[in-house]
Write a protein that binds this ligand. Structure first.
Ligand SMILES: Nc1nc2c(c(=O)[nH]1)N[C@H]1C(S)=C(S)[C@@H](COP(=O)(O)O)O[C@H]1N2
Ligand SMILES: [Mo]
Length: 346
C-alpha cells in the first residue's frame, strides 16, 4: 500500500482498490503512487529473478522468456490513459454491485516495454483467432478457483501500441500495477491490460474465461445486445479543479481537467455553469500521444454570488458526446455521463 495517504483515495482494502484523487486529473502524467489500483485479488508473489513468460498454443514453437530477455528486446514507450470500465458506477441508480468507484478510476502513465507483436512473432503464430493472457493472481469466485485471464482478437494484439510493459513513467513497474510484466492495451478499458502476466496462448476459439464471458459484458443496457463485450473506453471528461464543494470569490477562476476517448481523439470540451443552458468551449492542449488524455482549461468569471454546478462535456472525433444523464446497465460499466461539480461563489 502507498505511504502517502493523500496520494490515493482507498475504495476497498482487501484486495486493495483505490482511486486517483480527482484534483490530479489535470496533469499530463499520474505518478505511480497516485495511479488508481484495480485488483480482483491480492497482489501475487512474483520473483523477477525467476520470472518466465510462456508463449504457447497455435505457434510453430513454444517459447519461454526471462525478464532479462524481454528487456533486451527493442523498447517502445507510449503514454496511455487507462480507465476502469466501472469508473463512475456510483452515479448509477439502482447501484450495480461491483467496486464503488467515483470518477477517479482513471490515470495516465508513460509505459515502456516491448511490442506484443514482436514477442508473438518469435513464436511464429499459426492460424489463431485470439490471444489469451493468463496472470499469476487468482482466488475464489462463487466457490470456484478462478485465475485472472483475458483474451484479445489477434488484430488488436498485433497493433503497434499494444505493449508488454515493465516500466511506468520511466520507473520500474510497481507490484500493485502488475510487476514484473503487464499487458497495456491503449484505448481499451483497463480490464484488458492484464497485470502479472505469466502466459500468452494463441487460440483458435473464443475464450470463455470468467473475466471474459461472465464479467466485462454489457447486460440489460438499452440498445446494446446482452453479452456484448466491454472494449473501448467511451468518451469522458473529468473536472479536476475546482473540486466539488469549493468556495470561490467573484473573480476569474480557471476550470481545468482532462478528457479522453478510446474511439477517437478529443475534438471538443464544453463547460456549463448554468445547468446546461449555455456551453463554453474549453481550450484543449494537444495530448502527449494519441492514446493519452487531452488536458483542457476554461476561465470562468462568475458575476453573481450563489451556488453553481459546473458541468464538463467532451466530444470525440467519431462524433460521440457524453450523455447528460447516466445510462444504466446491470454491472455498471461504461457510464460516461458528464461530471458535475458544485461550487459556491461568495
Ligand atoms: N492480473 C490482473 N490483471 C488486471 C486486473 C486484475 O485484477 N488482475 N484488473 C484489471 C482491471 S479491471 C483494471 S481497470 C486494470 C487496472 O490497472 P491498475 O491497477 O494498474 O490501475 O488492471 C486490469 N488487469
Ligand atoms: Mo477495471
Amino acid at each position: 500500500m502507498p505511504d502517502d495517504p493523500a496520494a490515493l483515495v482507498p475504495v476497498h482494502q482487501r484486495p486493495f482498490n483505490a482511486e486517483t484523487p480527482l484534483r490530479l486529473l489535470d496533469r499530463a502524467l499520474t505518478t505511480s503512487e497516485s495511479y488508481f489500483v484495480r485488483s480482483h485479488f491480492d497482489v501475487p508473489m512474483m520473483d523477477p529473478g525467476n520470472y518466465a513468460l510462456t508463449i504457447d498454443g497455435i505457434v510453430a514453437r513454444t517459447i519461454r522468456l526471462s525478464l532479462a530477455e524481454i528487456k533486451a528486446m527493442p523498447n517502445e514507450s507510449v503514454t496511455v490513459t487507462m480507465e476502469c470500465a466501472g469508473n463512475g458506477r456510483t452515479s448509477l441508480n439502482p447501484r450495480p454491485t461491483g467496486v464503488a468507484w467515483g470518477l477517479g478510476a482513471a490515470s495516465t502513465a508513460r509505459y515502456t516495454g516491448v511490442r506484443l507483436k514482436h514477442v508473438l512473432d518469435l513464436a511464429e503464430p499459426g492460424r489463431a483467432l485470439e490471444v489469451v493472457f493468463t496472470a499469476a493472481d487468482g482466488g475464489d469466485v462463487d466457490g470456484q478457483h478462478v485465475v485472472y485471464a483475458r483474451s484479445l482478437p489477434l488484430a488488436i494484439a498485433r497493433l503497434p501500441d499494444t505493449l508488454l510493459a515493465w516500466s511506468m513513467n520511466d520507473e520500474p513497474l510497481a507490484p500493485a500495477h502488475g510487476a514484473p510484466l503487464r499487458l497495456v492495451v491503449p484505448g481499451w478499458y483497463g480490464m484488458a491490460s492484464v497485470k502479472w502476466l505469466t502466459r500468452i496462448t494463441l487460440s483458435g476459439q473464443p475464450f470463455t474465461g470468467h473475466y471474459q464471458h461472465n464479467d466485462y459484458v454489457y447486460l440489460r443496457q438499452d440498445g446494446i445486445a446482452d453479452g456484448t463485450p466491454v472494449t473501448l473506453m467511451r468518451v469522458r471528461s473529468v473536472i479536476a479543479s475546482p473540486i466539488d464543494g469549493a468556495t470561490m470569490s467573484m473573480a476569474p477562476v480557471v476550470v481545468s481537467g482532462s478528457a479522453w476517448s478510446g474511439e477517437a481523439p478529443i475534438t471538443r470540451v464544453e463547460l456549463s455553469h448554468d445547468d446546461g443552458r449555455t456551453w463554453h468551449q474549453a481550450t484543449l492542449n494537444p495530448p502527449a500521444s494519441e492514446r493519452a488524455a487531452t488536458l483542457w482549461k476554461w476561465t470562468w468569471t462568475p458575476h453573481v454570488t450563489g451556488s453553481f454546478t459546473l458541468i464538463a462535456r467532451a466530444t470525440d472525433g467519431a462524433g460521440r458526446t457524453q450523455p447528460l444523464e447516466p445510462v444504466w446497465n446491470l454491472r455498471g460499466y461504461g457510464n460516461n455521463s458528464v461530471h458535475r461539480v458544485r461550487v459556491n461563489v461568495a
